[in-house]
Structure formats: structure tokens, C-alpha cells
Design a protein around this ligand. Structure first.
Ligand SMILES: [Zn+2]
Length: 82
């Protein structure tokens, strides 16, 4: 599938919705690349779906912070057997 087609479609939709001046943006999600119309007043939206890509980005940022604070001592610790 071509991202170009999606972009043209989104632009066409943006044209139709011109009255509210939505901003065509690309999702910040890693490997997502979806286009969406940011209809927030201050154009602060970053993801196609805050509950999906937004949540994943937040989890990733959280995990990165945790790893930075605590260097991986044993990333591959063997499972404890009983
Ligand atoms: Zn996304």
C-alpha cells in the first residue's frame, strides 16, 4: 500500500473540513506513520489514536526511563527452577 494515496486522501478530507482548519499530521507512533487530522485547538495531538499509539509511546518512554535509572545487571537471568 502506498502512503501517498493515504496522504492524498487525508489532504482531500482536510480540504473538505477546511472550516475548522484541522492540521494534517503524521502519527508519532513508532512504525505507525498514519496520517490524522489534528482538530485540537492548539494542535497538540501527536498520535492517530492516543489510546493505542499514544499509550504505547508512553509505556516506551517509561521503560526507557526505568532502564536509564537502573542499568541492566542481568538482562538474561535464567528462570529459577524449583
Ligand atoms: Zn499511530
Amino acid at each position: 500500500m502506498s502512503a501517498n494515496v493515504a496522504a492524498h486522501l487525508a489532504l482531500a478530507v482536510a480540504d473538505l473540513l477546511d472550516r475548522d482548519r484541522p492540521e494534517l499530521r503524521r502519527c508519532d507512533g513508532d512504525g505507525c506513520g498514519w496520517l490524522f487530522l489534528d482538530t485540537t485547538r492548539n494542535h497538540s495531538r501527536r498520535w492517530c489514536d492516543p489510546a493505542d499509539c499514544g499509550n504505547r509511546a508512553r509505556v516506551r518512554a517509561y521503560t526507557r526511563r526505568q532502564q536509564a535509572a537502573r542499568p541492566a545487571a542481568s538482562p538474561d537471568s535464567p528462570p529459577s527452577t524449583m
